[in-house]
Design a protein around this ligand. Sequence first.
Ligand code: NDP
Ligand code: GUE
Length: 297
Amino acid sequence: MTDVIDGNAVAQGIRDDLRASIDQLEAEDVTPTLATVLMSDDPASETYVSMKQDDCEEVGIEAIDVEIDSDAPAEELFETIDELNADENVDGILVQMPVPEHVDKRAVLEVIDPEKDVDGFHPENVGRLVAGNARYKPCTPHGIQKLLATAGVDTEGKDAVVVGRSDIVGKPMANLFMQKADGGNATVTVCHSRTENLAEKTRDADIVVAAAGVPEMIDGSMLSEGVVVIDVGINRVDADTEKGYELIGDVEYDSAKDKASAITPVPGGVGPMTRAMLLYNTVKAAGRQSGVDIELP
Ligand SMILES: NC(=O)C1=CN([C@@H]2O[C@H](COP(=O)(O)OP(=O)(O)OC[C@H]3O[C@@H](n4cnc5c(N)ncnc54)[C@H](OP(=O)(O)O)[C@@H]3O)[C@@H](O)[C@H]2O)C=CC1
Ligand SMILES: Nc1nc(=O)c2c([nH]1)NC[C@@H]1CN(c3ccc(C(=O)N[C@@H](CCC(=O)O)C(=O)O)cc3)C=[N+]21
């Protein structure tokens, strides 16, 4: 029987556990606060940001919602970030990616105060992660580590194949898997659009993390019996549903499930975990910046 890993349930558990840490902060009159900055008209980005706001409300994190016109000058975004950096009440800042083309994405990531960088995308935080001394682990790969741990999948000694080398998913995932730490100690292969014979790599894997953004590009024929499949892909395809679209992963679910010992669905797999780990990093940030010594789940 294949274990279908329920990301919504694991994420709910993390949100519930975070309440105790938030209570510790509240006892010292600290309310953890996350500012989300949206500079985009993309409906998917709007959906994610509003879901993040709802999550904050559920657990008792204050959410500040900043929206910037997508054709406003880049300076407006930089000024907003400066203000949020300077605001002592703000613990975490998330600038929803992608930003418009006229905005220099790297410059945005570099101006966010690294202590408030709850995405973990600032070069200082990336450096710390690679050095094995992470301040804030990037939410998606951190969430995947929690999912695997909860499902009882030990990564130690396993062959892990990460498909995708983006700064937000593929690279930090590969780094976490190779670290000499719990949730790591795997032997890692990173694949991308120039990889030759992808199916040979994925067939050799004990764990496959699919994060390419290509709908259903990995099917059962590319996998070995007993593999653990983590599907990060979120692809909106037009469909005759209430919302007018359907969400499809990077994995062809039915054929992959036939081979897998465990698999994450889309939706309801990695996505909710990304959001839960954002809350986790925000609470951690509030503890660090207030000096209140909290315990984290
Ligand atoms: N569930 C969640 O919480 C999250 C989901 N996502 C989703 O995950 C997916 C990936 O996101 P993100 O990492 O930001 O994407 P990017 O577009 O930044 O990166 C995609 C990566 O996949 C590689 N790639 C593209 N096509 C292929 C192919 N045919 N074969 C092998 N590799 C390929 C690219 O290679 P190259 O480097 O050569 O271009 C690149 O490294 C998207 O569907 C996104 O929506 C993203 C973040 C969080
Ligand atoms: N600064 C920044 N940080 C991010 O973490 C970040 C980002 N920018 N830009 C875009 C990607 C994508 N991402 C998702 C988060 C949650 C779901 C999620 O909750 N998905 C639900 C369904 C969502 C729906 O219904 O549309 C699920 O899979 O069940 C998906 C994708 C975070 N990202």
